[in-house]
Design a protein around this ligand. Structure first.
Ligand code: SF4
Length: 400
């Protein structure tokens, strides 16, 4: 992991982005913003799932008029997503929004952009300047467009990245001329390789915080890999100060995956149990996949980041479960449960789920009372040795 890149810091309604602040998770509501109750309910679900900041679309005046009520009820800061109509940005600022998302390319008159910047400056509101791959090719001048398209046809990714950077530089000149630096940048594409190259290039040119995202990823089943491949690469390189994973699905999926990505890279502490499970192989003697799914459901009720391992055998399982707080190693009809390296129980297959859950609950309770500490990687699970000892005996008496 490369250390986080140093950037300026902006304050979005109390959530800091950039500098030494942790990488924040964002998502966006899929409701009509003017439907206040539905929008607030979705914002609450997202916040409950671990979302730090939520964006709402404000295409009409009806939407910006809903903002005061939404802001009053929201447990997290809110961003107004503005396209084309600069008046929506001014109204959102007037209503106390915490941040504006703006694509200056969608606002034809430079003076209108200047007015939005002035309004945001007056209230200390940051602006995200977003460039999307789909909107960087020249639309008005046919000759310029033809030249750009020829260049893109010859070398699509490099040319698109170059165009995105040039567009961003053009936008940033407007902000520099206004001496406005409370800015977060984004450069989104549907292509993971363009996302990686564009953010790498932008991070060399600007010391502003980066909002990472891959756009139009599709449903989680297909969009997850593209999103994690691109955002994970950048985060591992120290690039990225806030992330949004975007799916064509309930936005709570976005938050779940964003949190898991950040936790996996050590960029966010876990607050819920972590489940490790073996992939199963020809040594398996129980229905481990079913057990893992059931354990996962049960663990959702525990709010302590206990590390739990569910392993299909005692051959490789113990080594791979090292560091787990609570682990079960299953064998034919039976399982051995370990709590922080100590063997505590041997249970039948029918008892595995409840017994493991009980041990997890009890362990979490002891953690909460300060009686024990969460694992860290120091916990050693000494496996029942499956190999015969020198005297010929096999110490695997629990699994027959
Ligand atoms: S833990 Fe055992 S059953 Fe699971 S994949 Fe490894 S060797 Fe196979």
């Amino acid at each position: 992991m490369t250390p986080r890149r140093k950037t300026r810091q902006v304050d979005i309604g109390g959530v800091l982005i950039g500098g030494d602040a942790p990488v924040a998770v964002q998502s966006m509501t899929s409701t009509y913003t003017f439907e206040i109750d539905k929008t607030v309910a979705q914002i609450r679900s997202l916040a409950e799932a671990g979302c730090d900041i939520v964006r709402v679309a404000v295409p009409s005046k009806q939407d910006t008029e809903a903002l005061p009520s939404i802001l009053e009820q929201s447990p997290v800061p809110i961003i107004a997503d503005v396209h084309f109509h600069y008046e929506r940005a001014l109204e959102a600022v007037e209503h106390g929004i915490h941040k504006i998302r703006l694509n200056p390319g969608n606002i034809s008159d430079r003076k209108q952009v200047d007015r939005v910047i002035a309004a945001c400056r007056g209230r200390g509101i940051p602006i995200r300047v977003g460039v999307n791959e789909g909107s960087v090719v020249e639309r008005r001048d046919k000759d310029i467009r033809a030249a750009q398209q020829t260049a893109i046809a010859e070398n699509p990714r490099a040319q698109l990245v170059a165009l995105m950077i040039r567009t961003l530089e053009d936008y940033m000149r407007i902000f520099d001329e206004n001496d406005f630096h409370d800015v977060v940048l984004s450069l989104k594409s549907i292509d993971a390789r363009i996302v990686i190259d564009a953010y790498r290039a932008a991070s060399e040119r600007f010391d502003l915080p980066m909002h990472l995202g891959l756009t139009h990823a599709g449903p989680p089943e297909t969009g997850r890999i593209r999103s994690i491949a691109s955002l994970g690469t950048l985060l591992a390189e120290g690039i990225g100060d806030t992330i949004r994973i975007s799916y064509a699905a309930d936005p709570v999926f976005e938050v779940d995956d964003a949190k898991e990505l950040l936790c996996s890279l050590g960029l966010r502490p876990r607050v819920e149990p972590e489940l490790i499970a073996c992939p199963t192989c020809g040594r398996i003697e129980i229905d481990l996949i079913k057990l893992v799914a059931e354990v996962r459901q049960k663990l959702a009720t525990i709010k302590t980041p206990v590390k739990v391992a569910v392993m299909g055998c005692v051959v490789n399982g113990p080594g791979e479960a090292e560091g787990a707080d609570v682990a079960i190693f299953a064998g034919k009809g039976r399982g051995i449960i370990y709590v922080q390296g100590q063997q505590t129980r041997t249970v039948s297959e029918a008892e595995m789920l409840d017994a493991l859950y009980e041990e997890c609950l009890a362990f979490a309770d002891r953690v909460e009372k300060g009686e024990v500490k969460l694992s860290s990687d120091a916990v050693k699970i000494v496996p029942p040795d499956p190999l015969p000892r020198a005297d010929g005996s096999t110490p695997l008496s629990v699994i027959k």
